[in-house]
Design a protein around this ligand. Sequence first.
Ligand SMILES: NC(=O)c1ccc[n+]([C@@H]2O[C@H](COP(=O)([O-])OP(=O)(O)OC[C@H]3O[C@@H](n4cnc5c(N)ncnc54)[C@H](OP(=O)(O)O)[C@@H]3O)[C@@H](O)[C@H]2O)c1
Length: 340
Amino acid sequence: MGYRIAIVGATGNVGHEMLNILAEREFPVDEIAALASRRSLGSEVSFGEKTLVTQDLDTFDFSGWDMALFAVGSDATKKYAPKAAAAGCVVIDNSSLYRYDPDVPLIVPEVNADAIEGYKNKNIIANPNCSTAQMVVALKPLHDRAKIKRVVVSTYQSVSGAGKEGMDELWDQTKSMYNPTDDVPAKKFQKQIAFNVIPHIDVFMEDGTTKEEWKMVAETKKIVDPSIKVTATCVRVPVFVGHSEAINIEFEDFLDEDEARDILREAPGIMVIDKREDGGYVTPVECVGDYATFISRIRQDSTIENGLNMWCVSDNLRKGAALNAVQIAEVLGQRCLKKG
Ligand SMILES: NC(=O)c1ccc[n+]([C@@H]2O[C@H](COP(=O)([O-])OP(=O)(O)OC[C@H]3O[C@@H](n4cnc5c(N)ncnc54)[C@H](OP(=O)(O)O)[C@@H]3O)[C@@H](O)[C@H]2O)c1
């Protein structure tokens, strides 16, 4: 016996990956509904070998559905997630709306699966920001061994993190560079993204950080340990899919780079590719379609007492969103909503 699952935002980047991953991992599904806005009513999406016809989220009745995986922005989530939850359907949400709500668990299954029991408070579970998800998978096993004091992270985030419109803008601007009669002004991003990098994701906060940077700080504390200090610089780069991060970690105790490499090799969700030779590391184009968070360039930071540097790459539409949401659904099914 399987579950009745609704995919909310099935026509988007993350929704599309959710459908792929549920099929790939043979999630026990009895019935699946693809939901999006009225604009997409009747359009088709693939679920494994099957084709699903998209339904209108606005008129959908969630009664009798076990789980709804939401991948629409915060505004639509605010309107529809409470309706689904009130109908008894557990919401697993990809937007930032509920992440900082103390009554809503924020889950990365490799790190804090036990917190899932908190879903009962509101029938809602939050999925973290894409940059946080891949970073905490790598931080947790190191924190368990040597206690992390402080993290300094710089991100190199792909345009798919800004949805399908972000991908279109990079594609159109890149083409227009070779055809000067086409002018594609910046719309989704604040400046030209083709052949450029932009040190600005989401809105500015009062202290000069951006909301994306603030999210990495707040979410790492909620998921891993409130005592960890994090400072982040989040940058958009002209890459279609795959986020990269340069991470500097200061530990309470000494941790040798070889031991760190061994710990990460054993850690769930991590793949270490770390050869000190040309090409002996992972770049974002190589992580697309993969489940793993890839760690490379692990090395001691000799400028501080107990420091390490590393390079972290993952598919933002997978571990950063859809895969993590499906993993949450798997834990929920196994621990809380058993069938059969
Ligand atoms: N991309 C990432 O790396 C990433 C990572 C973590 C979290 N997230 C979050 O996941 C969510 C989706 O991101 P995405 O990248 O998949 O965006 P996207 O490609 O732009 O897709 C947005 C989806 O939401 C639907 N939608 C938007 N407004 C709606 C409304 N009022 N009613 C019903 N459906 C509506 C769209 O339907 P139509 O096609 O009908 O317009 C589409 O299916 C966002 O909250 C985002 O912040 C994204």
